[in-house]
Ligand binder design. Structure first.
Ligand SMILES: [Mn+2]
Length: 387
């Protein structure tokens, strides 16, 4: 029995880049997914995490996801979905029973094999591994061992043991699919600012030999550049749908993968990149080139970032912004010697409590940090009242 799979991930619905909501571009890409599902006679859609850019997104962003799954239901095509580090795990779990009605099986929280971490289908078995933060990896290790305080293993080892648990039912003569949101060591991390560096550092990377050779195919999410990261078993990142950030190369591979699976055979993988979303390009100009070369920026069909050599000139900056609505950032080279400036620009739109919440979630891996957040908010408001 052959199975035709559409592997997609890292939608990041709700993404806002320098004040521009990218949701309509991503929603268009998802509508085009339905065309691909029809034309390619897809049997199963796999979504490997990061459906949303933040735990709370706009109604438009949620609507785009729901319309996609309802569209799949109309086509009679089921889906397997896991949460990524950007998704709200509890929220996806809460939506799971509703999405099940549309034929989409959603796993928000990490579960072991006997408790929903693996699902049986007529074609074989799928193991589902949502993103696991380091903090939660400690809990997962305890779950596996039923032995408290035995956290002496690294992240890679814990995820490896979890994968071994989830894929224990993989056997010959059937299709065995592993779906995971993680960083595989050795992957090409040239992905820009879309992911925090904490997640691509070594402590969060999983060694490729943790992937079971019994897997027919491993569908990965997390890294936004489309790439094959393992031959045996075959493991791919499908990449993001659109160029989400100026740091993500304009020419980097992205899109979706159509994967033909058969038991006991290597998969056949077809990359598909219809060129979704607007391209992002960074232009670098000398001040004396502005008159001559500004039309390159003006005629650019996507979003542009302009770096001008020399000292800051706020009048020029204002004029450029007003004349070029698709120009999202103007920076003068002499004003940005700080390597942290980029990251700071990312978060400067957030309030302090929002930034702290993001830190707790992204860096510390705390999702239910209600008490800490409340305490922070109280202190913050006190400080501000007296200031
Ligand atoms: Mn992502």
């Amino acid at each position: 029995m052959a199975l035709r799979v559409l592997h997609t991930a890292d939608w990041h619905l709700g993404k806002v880049l320098k004040g521009v909501d990218r949701t309509p571009e991503i929603a268009d890409a998802l509508k085009d997914h339905l065309r691909i599902v029809r034309e390619e006679k897809i049997d199963l859609v796999v979504v490997a995490g990061d459906l949303f850019d933040r735990p709370r997104v706009s109604a438009e962003a949620e609507a785009a996801a729901f319309e996609f799954f309802l569209g799949l239901r109309e086509l009679g095509v089921p889906a397997l979905v896991i949460s990524g580090n950007h998704d709200s795990r509890p929220r996806l779990e809460a939506l799971a029973p509703l999405l099940e009605l549309a034929g989409a099986h959603v796993r928000g929280e990490v579960r072991v094999r006997g408790e929903g971490g693996a699902v049986r289908r007529d074609w074989g078995e799928a193991a589902l591994l949502p993103f696991l933060s380091e903090r939660r990896a400690v809990k997962a290790a305890q779950l596996l061992e039923a032995d408290e305080g035995s956290w002496q293993h690294g992240y890679s080892e814990t995820v490896g043991r979890l994968i071994a648990n989830l894929t224990a039912g993989f056997g010959p003569g059937r299709i065995n699919l592993l779906v995971a949101h993680l960083t595989l060591a050795g992957a090409n991390l040239k992905l820009g600012g879309g992911e925090f560096s904490f997640y691509v550092g070594n402590s969060y990377a999983v060694e490729p030999d943790r992937l079971p050779t019994t897997a027919t195919y491993v569908a990965l999410g997390h890294i936004h550049r489309q790439q094959k990261v393992s031959d045996a078993p075959a493991a791919w990142y499908s990449g993001s749908l659109v160029q989400l950030d100026f740091g993500e190369g304009e020419d980097a591979e992205r899109g979706v993968l159509v994967v033909e699976l058969e038991p006991d055979r290597p998969p056949v993988v077809h990359p598909i990149d219809p060129g979704w979303g607007k391209p992002l390009r960074t232009f670098r100009l000398e001040p004396d080139q502005l008159d001559r070369r500004l039309d390159e920026v003006e005629n650019w069909p996507g979003y542009a970032k302009l770096i001008i050599a020399g000292p800051a000139n706020s009048a020029l900056r204002e004029r450029l912004y007003q004349e070029n609505p698709h120009l999202l950032e103007v920076r003068f080279e002499a004003e940005a010697p700080d390597p942290l400036a980029e990251a700071a620009a990312e978060v400067e739109s957030l309030s302090w409590p929002e930034a702290y919440e993001r830190y707790l979630r992204e860096v510390r891996g705390l999702e239910e940090a209600g008490e800490l957040l409340a305490a922070f908010r109280e202190l913050y408001e006190e400080g501000h009242a007296s200031a």
